[in-house]
Design a protein around this ligand. Structure first.
Ligand code: Z5A
Length: 233
């Protein structure tokens, strides 16, 4: 297959891949490896994150995560997440996809359903209204859900230092977050790949890499191995 044809901006929109899971699940660790895998296959890739991913969205992120902002109203938090997302989509995600690049995004709207819906208890129907308003019909092509017990994830994340505003929530908050993530994966199996994030790093990397290769094969019409046999994650 001629990849220069597949990646021609006029020929194909890029794929949109999101990584989700509670803190310490390994998203940041694996996004770098998955990006390297796509690059090794000759695919242009943009890695980004939420909240954030564009200059204004990063400023909103700082507001959202600053532990000084205790007592933020839940609806204000929800709207700030979507305000950041609107900027991120306009400045980073849509331009990249339109150019034919593949986008790897550390968290997206499933995180809103999980944290603001599950954790804060906001009505998912209201989240769905904002999702449509901000995204139109754009949804991820593939979502890798790094799933593990919150006790283990938080122990990993907190090993790094002071917790931010959301990381400081109690364990039951993260149990609710995880439950919503898992429910979403079970109800949309065609989009989600559930990954056992409690496994050793190399095993988690293999699971994520396999899911990504399957998408590459589907999108580009032949085995990724045919043009990237040496690539590993
Ligand atoms: N948020 C929200 O509420 N609503 C929304 O709509 C969105 C976000 C989009 C962003 O935090 C916060 O915003 C997040 C949700 C909320 N809040 N919380 N809490 P962030 O971007 O700063 O942090 P994060 O996304 O939670 O990332 P994280 O804590 O860094 O987790 P991670 O990226 O999944 O983990 P990691 O950094 O790759 O790994 C953590 C450590 O564990 C590291 O030392 C690794 O080497 C180690 N690790 C990872 N995997 C393994 C395995 N398999 N074995 C052993 N050790 C491992």
């Amino acid at each position: 297959m001629n990849l220069s044809i597949a990646m021609n901006p006029k020929a194909a929109r890029g794929c949109f891949i999101t990584l989700e899971g509670i803190e310490g699940a390994g998203k940041s660790t694996h996004i770098a490896r998955l990006s390297a895998l796509l690059s090794s296959l000759g695919i242009a890739v943009v890695t980004t994150r939420e909240p954030g991913g564009s200059p204004i969205a990063e400023r909103i992120r700082a507001l959202l995560l600053d532990s000084v902002n205790t007592g933020m109203d839940d609806t204000a938090e929800l709207l700030l997440m979507f305000a950041a997302r609107a900027e991120h989509l306009a400045k980073t995600i849509r331009p990249a996809l339109d150019s034919g690049a593949w986008v790897l995004c550390d968290r997206f709207t499933d995180a809103t359903y999980a944290y603001q819906g599950g954790g804060r208890g906001l009505n998912p129907e209201r989240i769905a209204v904002l999702e449509t308003l901000v995204q139109g019909d754009l949804r991820p092509d593939l979502t890798l859900l790094f799933d593990l017990e919150p006790e283990l994830g938080l122990a990993r994340a907190r090993g790094r230092g002071a917790a931010d505003r959301i990381e400081s929530e109690a364990l039951h908050f993260f149990d609710a977050v995880r439950a919503v993530y898992r429910e979403r994966a079970y109800t949309s199996p065609e989009r989600f790949c559930l990954i056992d994030a409690a496994a050793p790093l190399s095993v988690v990397g293999e699971q994520a890499g396999r899911a990504l290769r399957a998408l590459v094969e589907t999108r580009l019409g032949e085995s990724a191995d045919a043009f990237g046999a040496g690539a590993t994650v």
